[in-house]
Design a protein around this ligand. Structure first.
Ligand SMILES: NC(=O)c1ccc[n+]([C@@H]2O[C@H](COP(=O)([O-])OP(=O)(O)OC[C@H]3O[C@@H](n4cnc5c(N)ncnc54)[C@H](OP(=O)(O)O)[C@@H]3O)[C@@H](O)[C@H]2O)c1
Length: 331
């Protein structure tokens, strides 16, 4: 049987992704070894870090041209030589941009029951865990704090804002466009939203956060980070989760001019990687699942369709075309 795959064919450092960065190929499926299973890939997750992995920026195992593009996904076991996973089991893991993944069973996790399958890639996957540990461990919100989130209508940011509400905070989101901002307020219960494409961001933050920002959870960097730094309160915590505004830039800007406000406000700015907290994922997942089940945590998905759309779907997160967690269902 043949296996259609997308392989890496370019290094997109300092620019947007291009169609030529990926090649489609058809490879013969290998025989199954002892302890291995074959998974039919059904749903793929798209994450900004996938572009960084192609650039070998350092926080994941190196990639090279000609290898199958890595991606988290969900699928069904269709052949098994492992006791742990029988045929028919739904699993998640690093399945890659391909129709069938052949890998050791110990690298896969069976899906938990009682929650929608796709939630394992969103609120219960790396996305939800990033929001959970970044906000609760790094941001350390206290009830009554004002929490500002950039990339707020994205997969991670939308969970961060809701976890901040659950922690008793006032929550302000920054997102691109009126539709995303309305969703934050009307559906997710944010207290205010700033449309960075149409509002004057710094004065809008000042207006929405009259006592200053106690926790800024940043997914974006650049001028949004600089404007937020101008508005931090005494002892604020600035959480650097991501800097998507710079992921396609050839020339990176100098550091934020307002960083010295960290001194005046005795504030901290700290980055983190979700993988730092791997040992605690099961506990965090159980809490996130309980919030999902009780309806206190909502999420949105943007599901594209079809194997041929895979490369173009990754670019959507850099264009802000995704509204919710970016996923793709294979044919
Ligand atoms: N530290 C970690 O361990 C970790 C783990 C996972 C993710 N992350 C980071 O978390 C962030 C969010 O990732 P995600 O997977 O949840 O993606 P996402 O937020 O669902 O999608 C990315 C969003 O970024 C916004 N964006 C793109 N370019 C922008 C720009 N120039 N200025 C402002 N906003 C821009 C877009 O929203 P708008 O329409 O609002 O512009 C887009 O929807 C990324 O920076 C990612 O690198 C970090």
């Amino acid at each position: 049987m043949n296996n259609a795959q997308w392989i890496i064919n370019g290094n997109p450092k300092g620019r947007a992704l291009m169609a030529e960065d990926f090649l489609k190929q058809s490879a013969e499926l290998p025989d199954l070894g002892d302890g291995e299973v074959r998974v039919k890939v059904e749903l793929l997750s798209f994450d900004p870090s996938q572009k960084g992995q192609m650039e070998n920026i350092g926080y994941a195992a190196a990639t090279e041209f000609g290898q199958v593009m890595r991606a988290s996904g969900i699928g069904e076991v269709i052949e098994s030589r492992a006791e742990r996973l029988s045929v028919g089991t739904k699993v998640m893991g690093s399945l890659g941009w391909q129709q069938y993944a052949t890998l050791p069973a110990h690298q896969l996790e069976p899906l938990s029951e009682g929650v929608p399958v796709s939630a394992h890639l969103g609120p219960l996957g790396a996305t939800g865990l990033t929001a959970y540990f970044g906000l609760l461990r790094v941001g350390k919100p206290l009830a009554g704090d004002t929490v500002l989130v950039s990339g707020a209508a994205g997969a991670t940011g939308s969970i961060v804002g809701q976890l901040a509400k659950l922690s008793g905070c006032r929550v302000v989101g920054i997102a691109g466009g009126p539709e995303k901002c309305a969703w934050l307020i009307n559906e997710l219960g944010f207290d205010a939203a700033i449309d960075y494409k149409n509002d004057r961001v710094k004065s809008a933050i000042r207006e929405a956060c009259p006592n200053g920002v106690n926790v800024f959870f940043d997914n974006v960097g650049g001028s949004i980070l600089n404007d937020a730094l101008a508005c931090i309160a005494l002892n604020a915590r600035v959480v650097i989760c991501g800097g998507i505004s710079r992921y396609q830039e050839a020339v990176l800007p100098a550091g934020p001019a307002n960083y010295f406000n960290l001194v005046f406000q005795r504030a901290s700015m700290l980055g983190f990687l979700v993988s730092d907290y791997a040992a605690e994922f099961p506990v965090a997942r159980a809490r996130l699942a309980a919030w999902l089940e009780s309806g206190s945590l909502l999420y949105k998905e943007d599901v594209q369709e079809g194997f041929d759309q895979i490369p173009a779907t990754l670019q959507r997160v850099f264009d802000g075309a995704n509204f919710g967690k970016q996923l793709l269902r294979l044919d």
